[in-house]
Design a protein around this ligand. Structure first.
Ligand code: T4K
Length: 384
């Protein structure tokens, strides 16, 4: 391996936003300026909904101003109430949207390989109050959608997917946004496809769209009729214009990330104590959103926390996605389902994961240097 272990001059972040050619963006801005139409279902918005529907292979889609508001609306649209079974291994937005809907999150343990909610344990957590399952395709790895749907059908539960990390993921050619009742995609700046802030809901049944579009627009049907207490979840024309030009860059960025992933794999194969989270198992079209390692302290001779801290001295800013678990937050710790005894796999995974720098702008040399630095930490815990 050619990589040296010098510190990087500039910080290397976990990700960098993809940016389009500026003039392609300003061209669209000119159209917006000419039309003086800035938000509320404008031309850019309509065009982006069309383009994303075909890109994501979904029958129906509604754009939002961010993924969290979209997920709040998804829960409203499915009339979730009482308790909803979810995963503790996720970004805070996932359980928070339940709280914002006055629903109690019930944390279910995860599968140790996929790190997604474990369908085998879901059934044990169902009570008379359970109305749905809120599952996350964490790091873009699809949940066991068949097993989840089977449980939901048997108990008449709604299924909402947090697909924030799963842009462009397909299972045997089927868009990930077609599973369950509704799925949420995040278009935050740190995502493979983004609109600076933004998001979307996708759903198999196009009849859901009018209801969801009402919910994101204050419940307004026309100038004299407000149908329900909706919220302002609208994406504006500037965001949509950015999305339209960025959609043209997604395949190129994906190809670059695939090559970054291959370099990581080549450099880190057979390192005792490190395992690479598989983002592209057979049959899955991956998103290439994150590249995550698991560090087994005993075998690697250095803990995940130590690796995270030591990397900073080399200007490499990794992230502990997702530590701490949501069940450990002050607002959820009191819940019976938050007790660590019921979440052993989630606790182990949260201690071991480390999201590595992963974006198309990384060169093979950057990746080799990062891997050389990482290998230099082996056994460091024992030497201290
Ligand atoms: N569900 C799940 C499972 C999610 O992961 C998320 C969001 C949501 C729901 C909610 O969707 P949104 O409402 O956000 O649409 C980041 C993102 O802000 C967040 O969207 C994302 N998940 C989460 C996993 O990552 P932070 O707090 O780690 O972001 P931040 O600001 O530390 O950014 C990470 C790195 O990216 C920085 O160290 C540098 C780089 N960066 C970031 C920004 C914003 C840039 O280079 N330029 C930038 O503009 O949450």
């Amino acid at each position: 391996m050619s990589g040296s272990s010098r510190p990087f001059v500039d910080p290397v972040y976990v990700t960098r936003p993809v940016l389009p050619n500026l003039s392609a963006f300003t061209e669209r801005l000119r159209d917006i300026w000419d039309s003086r139409w800035l938000t509320n279902n404008g031309e850019q918005h309509k065009l982006l909904e069309d383009r994303l529907r075909s890109f994501l292979r979904v029958p129906s889609l509604s754009l939002f101003n961010n993924g969290t508001i979209a997920l709040i609306v998804a829960c409203q649209s499915q009339r979730l109430s009482g308790e909803v079974i979810t995963t503790p291994f996720t970004f805070p937005a996932t359980p928070h949207v339940l709280s914002w809907n006055n629903v109690r999150p019930v944390f279910c343990d995860i599968d140790p390989i996929t790190m997604n909610i474990d369908p085998k344990r879901i059934e044990l957590m169902i009570t008379a109050q359970t109305t749905g399952i809120l599952a996350v395709h964490v790091f873009g790895t699809p949940c066991d959608v068949g097993a989840i749907q089977e449980i939901a059908d048997r108990y008449r539960l709604r299924v909402v997917y947090d697909a924030a990390h799963a842009f462009g993921v397909e299972i045997d050619g089927q868009g990930i946004g077609t599973f369950g009742d509704v799925s949420m995609f995040s278009f935050h700046a740190t995502k493979l496809f983004h609109t600076a802030e933004g998001g979307a809901l996708t759903f198999r049944d196009p009849d859901q769209k009018p209801h969801i579009d009402l919910l994101k627009n204050f419940g307004i049907r026309d100038e004299e009729m407000v149908m329900m207490p909706g919220i302002n979840g609208k994406m504006n024309e500037l965001q949509a214009a950015l999305g339209l030009v960025l959609l043209e860059c997604v395949e190129d960025e994906r190809a670059k990330r695939k090559s970054v992933l291959e370099t990581y794999r080549a450099c880190l194969k057979d390192v005792n104590g490190l395992s690479l989270v598989a983002v592209d198992p057979p049959g899955i079209t991956p998103s290439y959103q994150y590249f995550v390692l698991r560090i087994n302290e005993e075998d690697f001779g250095c803990s995940r926390d130590q690796v995270y801290r030591d990397f900073k001295q080399y200007n490499v800013m990794t992230r502990k996605y997702f530590y701490p678990l949501c069940s450990e937050y002050d607002c959820y710790r009191h819940l019976p389902s938050s007790h660590p005894s019921g979440l052993p796999e989630a606790h182990r995974v949260a201690r071991e994961v480390l999201a590595m720098p992963f974006y198309g702008g990384l060169t093979a040399d950057d990746v080799e240097r990062i891997c050389t630095i990482l290998k230099g930490f082996r056994g460091a815990g024992k030497r201290r």
